[in-house]
Every structure is written in C-alpha cells, then in structure tokens.
Design a protein around this ligand. Sequence first.
Ligand SMILES: Nc1nc2c(c(=O)[nH]1)N[C@H]1C(S)=C(S)[C@@H](COP(=O)(O)OP(=O)(O)OC[C@H]3O[C@@H](n4cnc5c(=O)[nH]c(N)nc54)[C@H](O)[C@@H]3O)O[C@H]1N2
Ligand SMILES: Nc1nc2c(c(=O)[nH]1)N[C@H]1C(S)=C(S)[C@@H](COP(=O)(O)OP(=O)(O)OC[C@H]3O[C@@H](n4cnc5c(=O)[nH]c(N)nc54)[C@H](O)[C@@H]3O)O[C@H]1N2
Ligand SMILES: [Mo]
Length: 778
Amino acid sequence: MIDASSRPPRPDSGRLPHSAHWGVFSAAWKDGALEVRPHPGDPDPNPLIENFTNALDHPARVTTPMVRRGWLERGPGPDARRGRDDYVPVSWPEALDLLAAELRRVRDQHGPQAVFGGSYGWSSAGRFHHAQSQVHRFLNTSLGGYVRSVNSYSAGASAVILPHILGGMDDVARRNVTWEQIVAHTDVVLAFGGMALKNSRVASGGISRHIERDSMRQAARRGCRFLNISPLATDLPADAAAQWIRAVPGTDVALMLALVHELVANGWHDQAFLRDFCEGWGGFEDYLMGRADGQAKDPAWAAPICGVPAEEIARIARLLPGKRVLVTVAHSLQRAEHGEQPVWMGAVLAAALGQLGLPGGGYAYALGTLAHYGKRSNAVPVASLPQGTNGVKDFIPVARIADMLLHPGEPFDYNGKRMDYPHIRLAYWAGGNPFHHHQDLKRLARAFATLDTFVVHEIGWTATARHADIVLPCTMTLEREDIGGAPTDPLLVAMHRIAAPNGLARDDYDIFTDLAERLGTREAFTEGRDSAEWLRHLYERTRAALADKGLEAPDFDQFWARGELTLPQQDDDGGILRAFRDDPAGKPLPTPSGKVQISSPTVAGFGYADCPGHPAWLAPQDAPTPAHPLFLVANQPATRLHSQLDFGAHSASQKRQGREVCTLHPADAAARGIAEGDIVRLFNQRGACLASATLSEAIMPGVAQLPTGAWYDPVRDERGEVTLCGHGNPNVLTRDVGTSSLAQGCSGQLTAVQVERHDGALPPIRAFDRPRTDDSRR
Ligand SMILES: Nc1nc2c(c(=O)[nH]1)N[C@H]1C(S)=C(S)[C@@H](COP(=O)(O)OP(=O)(O)OC[C@H]3O[C@@H](n4cnc5c(=O)[nH]c(N)nc54)[C@H](O)[C@@H]3O)O[C@H]1N2
Ligand SMILES: Nc1nc2c(c(=O)[nH]1)N[C@H]1C(S)=C(S)[C@@H](COP(=O)(O)OP(=O)(O)OC[C@H]3O[C@@H](n4cnc5c(=O)[nH]c(N)nc54)[C@H](O)[C@@H]3O)O[C@H]1N2
Ligand SMILES: [Mo]
C-alpha cells in the first residue's frame, strides 16, 4: 500500500489561489508544510481554512481502492457485517471491473429504479468536480437513471412549506432583505435561532468576503436592536449588542403566537396589510384569540411553554409597532418535529406587523445561517456540470433514507401525495456522509445492511466509507483544478492544484469516465472532454455573459493566470416580496391566492394532523422526560463544515482528550457532579456518546449542546453490538422521524437526553485510523 507519510518533503512553492465552501484562500508549501492565507479582501476570515494544513497526507485519507471482505468472498447481498468487516486492497482495474459488473447486474435484474443515487452531501469542490453532480450525471448517462432524493437536510421543511405560503425558498431566503438594507433601515431584528457567525462563515461554492459581523456592528451602532431568541447566547456575536431571550428549544411558535396575540389585543397589528395583501387571516385569528378552541394564545399561555416570562413577551411586543422590524428564522428551527410551523409563523408575525417587502423589514427566512443570504446576486451565471436526464421517476424526501431501505414497498406521505418506497439494491454515494448527516445511526446501519451493494467514493475513511462494499479513493479539492464560484459571491476563483493526489486517489470524474467506458457510455458521460476541457467549457458561459454585457471578458487562460475574476452584481431590490408590495395586482406572489397565505386551503386539504391549514402550536413528542430531562441541541459545528476534515488542524485543536466538547449550564452540571473538562456520557433510548463537558452561563439551564461532525466512532461489546460513540457524534441520539407528513424533512436538531459523568475507562479514538485490511489476498 502507498503510505503518504513516506513521501519525500515537498519543495517550497509560490502561493496559489484556491477556494472552499468556507473561504477563498491561497496556499503555499514552505519548509515542507502547507501554509494557507485568507483572501486579502476578506474582512473577517474564517479559521476553518486551517483544517487544510494537515489534511492532504493525513492517515485518515483513503489511498487505495478497497473491497469489503464479506462482499468479495460472498458476493452482493444484505450483510449486517457492514461497519465492522475488513477490507481488501485491490487495483483500480480490478475495482472498476467488479463495480461495472455489479452495476450491470442490478440494472439488468432490477432496473435503475433499484439504484439509489441521491448521494446527498456537500463534498468540497468548485463548479466542475462537485461530486453529487458527477454521480448524478454518471447514473443518468450510463445506467438510465436512479432513485433520487428531493430537498435538503438544511431546509427540508421550509423548502416545502414556503411555496405554499410565500414563494420558493430562493426567493424568500436569497433574493430578499440584504445586509446593506439592515445597516441602513432596520430598527429591530427578531432573530429566532440567532444569526451565528460560525454559520455565515460558509456558503456552498465559496465565499470571498465575510461581511456579517461588520454589518451587525454597523446596524447596532446606528441603533438597530437585535434580539437573539435562542437557547445559546453565542448565536449572535457581541458585535450585534443583542439582548438574549432564552427560549426553550422547539417552542418558538408559542412565543411568536403570543407576540401576535399582543399585537392584536392592543390593536397594533396592520389590519390594512392583512386585508389587502394576505389570505386567511380570519380563521387564524379565531385560533389565535381562542375563539376556536377556548384558549387564547396570549403571553400567559405561552410563558410556561417557551420559558419566557409573560411580561417579557409583552415588553418585546411593545418594541415593534411603528418600527422597521425584521423577523429571521434560522434553518435550525425547522430541522425539528413540526419544523414547518416556525417557518410559517415567522411569516405571519412579519405580516401582522405589515412589514413584508419593506427595505430592511419583513421576513428574511434563514438570514445569517449561510453566507448566501442577505447578499446581492451575480449579474452573470457561473456554470455547473449538467446532470443529464433521469429516466427514473421515483424519489424520496432526502431524510427518509433509512425508512426507504427498511420499508421497501410501504407507503409514505409527502406534500399532499401518497407514494411507495422503492426497493433499493444498490446505493451509490459520492460527496456525502450519511453517518454524519442522518439521525439514529444504529438504525441507519441496519438500513444499509439491507443493501446488495453499497459504493462510496471518499477522500477519507469516514464511517460511511467503513460501511461500504466498494470504497474508491478520490482526490480532495487541493489535488484538483476547478473553478470556484457561487451565485451570491462576486469572486470567481481559479482553483489551482496545490498537491499531487495522495496514493492512488483519482478524481471522481476520471473514476466515472473509466466506469462509463466499461458500460459502453463513455461518450455520453464525457462528451469527449477531459477535466481541463470541461473547465474551459464551463468558464465560457460566464465569459460570454460578460461579453454580452459589454464588460471585460478575459479568456480562460487570462482568468487562470490572474487567479480570480470579479463578477458584476445586481441588487434584487427586495425580490418578489417588494415587487408584490409595490404592485399587488400586477406582481402577485406565486401562491394559490397570489397573496401571503396566513391560512392555506391547500395544506388544510391534505388533512394532515401534524401540519394543519394555518400555523399552530403543536407540542413535540421528542421532549424531555424524567429519564431524559435535558434538551440536546445538535447544531452545526464552529470548527469545520459538517464532518469534513474533522481530522484537520483547527477541528482537532478544539477537541479535548480527542473528544467533541459538550456545553452544559453550570447548574445542570452541578446537579450531576460534572466539572469543567470531565468526560460525560450523553444517552437516551436510542444510543449514547462520550464528550468533554464545558460549563457555561451562555446556555440555558435544561439544555445541553453538542455540535455535529465528530466522526462516528462506535465502541462495541463482545457480541459486536454498538454500546456508544466514543468520539461525540450526536446523531447516535437523535430521532429519525420526518418533520411532518407535509415535508418529511430532517428533524435532527433537537432531542432529549440524560447526561452523566463518565468515570469508566476511556475508549481510544479509532475514527481516524484506517480500517483493518487483509493484504494477504493481494
Ligand atoms: N443532528 C443533526 N444532524 C444534521 C444536522 C443538524 O443540524 N443536526 N445538519 C444537517 C445539515 S444542514 C446538513 S447540510 C448535513 C451535512 O451532511 P453532509 O453534506 O453529508 O456532510 P459533509 O461532512 O459535508 O459530507 C461531505 C463528504 O464528502 C467528502 N468529500 C469531500 N470532498 C470530496 C470529493 O471531492 N469527492 C468525494 N467523492 N467526496 C468528497 C467528505 O470527506 C465528506 O465525508 O448534515 C445534516 N445533519
Ligand atoms: N461553521 C459551520 N457553518 C455552517 C455549517 C457547518 O457545518 N459549519 N453548515 C452550514 C449548513 S449546510 C447549514 S444548512 C447552516 C445551518 O444553519 P442552522 O441550521 O441555522 O445552524 P445551527 O447551528 O444548526 O443552528 C443555529 C442555532 O439555532 C439554535 N436553535 C436550535 N434549536 C432551536 C430552537 O428550537 N429555537 C431557537 N430559537 N433556536 C434554536 C441553536 O442554538 C443553534 O446554535 O449552517 C451552515 N454553516
Ligand atoms: Mo445544511
């Protein structure tokens, strides 16, 4: 096997530009080490770029094609040994021959509708090497298609509810209120779930300037008041000078209802706006005022639910009338049971204030959760790899992966339709990590055990790779040339290659090309282009659009030599909400009534008890109990993007005793005899994990927080059963249920746990070791 640690030291090099979802940077080799520097134009650089410095040669890299021993010896078929089997290194031709034959077998015996190619995940690449696009294009052109997934783990509930009530996700989240408008106009920001800078450090495709901190600072200096409504004080930076409203997780709808109740009870709601621009206020108001069920949703009702005192709720409501108010709702609120409700209720709160469509006012769903939002859009397109046409019509909402594998042929509800889960024999993953992103990991392992074959392309030995039958080593972004760009960032980056591939790693594109060759579809997949030719081809779309506008339009070689190109941007000027406000008859919203749907006859018509026809308070099932009395917030990690480069220098530097850090309130810790730095065990009916405890007044009592992204590190008993994750992956604890019958989104943000001090032996961290290999077969 090729061992990167035996590499000769690299010679010093000049600085080369590159880009990642978490920032634009340059890299150079100096004294054998990789040195990265943020783009000089970035006012608030992201420390996540440091994760690259030790990544290229890390022992966790996959360096050789591998086949799981059980699969090699017994052939395809369901196998519970996935996740604990050995691997056999094979040559590239051997791996590709085996895989091509298996793809052909599944297609011929069961059809492409037995292949799951949803392959959810962010990977890390520019416009061309984006792994999910690559695998989709391959399956479409070479196999006739695949069962796909719809929506995302990010916005599973909002992507489905928003079109029913306001308009598409992108119109409501991306082309709406900008940070510039907030700096200039906003008086009050009600930030449900906050706007944590750790999150707006990231944007898919790249981000060259992190402006959020300075925008908040400038707005606050002008007098804008920020309210951070969240279990964590750190969800807004000190720069925003925010007031922290400690709200019990999962109860925002109750708090929002009480705020609207206060507005109505005092006659502060904008009745003209509700009459002229909205549909269905009447039925909602009956619910709000308790005319329908005898329970007014007033502050006294909400206080014991959300933990915010009634007087405090009334005080917040008094801040709002006559002010330019912006309501933001973080993605996190909808990544939970009944996640549709806070998204809808946030819009109703903004509508009751009459603020929708005003500069710096109204509703900016998801603002602050990613760097895409609150920005201007580029005035020219940045191309992406075309994916071809999928011959299979079956799909699942993305987070129903385990349900699909465990319940083939059974029905499920989705957005007014009843559909059946397809029967999947082969799953193909490139660029995602389901053992990072999915919930209830023991159940997920049972689901993957049902497959005939599980194929993964990976840069590292993630738990997903360790459950696969065929593991193909792919290059990481620093080992490829690509074009970095996002529709909301003006910088197009010539992503230069910083290092040669580690071991036998190959580009996803080249792997698929060779597979297509074996399946007789090379021309359809490649269109006769190699990677370098694709980059030129994709760049041409941007160049031509620049030339059409009469702007400077450098050719590819000039762009490549310069390293970057600044694209023109446009002000979307408030998007569809502003246009509708200015001209309600001429520019109706894309909803059934053309107006804001305070109630939705369409949603009501679906008859879902878990998603009624207007926003409502629906108590979660997965709430604390005497046995599991703490809410667990399993949010995005500050130190990496998801699970990517968890072994990276920055991510590793923030762990303690190699484990992820869990934040507890000092009172909750004291009650359990837990001190700063103790190793704790978090557990509930689904699983357990270890973490290092840190005590902080910046978290609400009754809430524990453990970020996602620590690589799943199962510790097993003598029978091979998983007893816990020794590293701190919260998805061993989270519940695998859809948000509701409407969207079936991921609900992994919140669950209920108990926490205790762990005084037993500490299992070693094995997540970053290579799996056991059987080299004897070579
Ligand atoms: N409990 C809980 N769970 C959550 C969330 C939560 O809030 N709570 N958040 C959810 C959200 S919003 C999201 S978006 C998901 C994220 O879930 P994912 O997007 O699946 O997570 P990543 O870690 O980004 O996975 C990307 C994988 O691609 C690999 N990779 C990198 N570059 C390449 C490449 O060039 N080629 C190939 N083939 N592979 C590559 C990386 O090594 C990594 O394993 O997680 C979700 N899960
Ligand atoms: N550094 C970093 N940044 C990222 C990512 C990453 O992995 N790392 N992932 C990116 C991706 S793909 C996405 S989709 C976005 C996700 O954006 P979000 O889903 O919004 O991000 P989270 O950090 O999971 O949650 C934000 C905050 O919401 C609070 N919160 C949780 N539950 C509740 C609740 O019920 N009510 C209220 N009021 N607050 C609650 C938590 O305190 C949490 O810190 O982040 C993006 N940004
Ligand atoms: Mo996400």
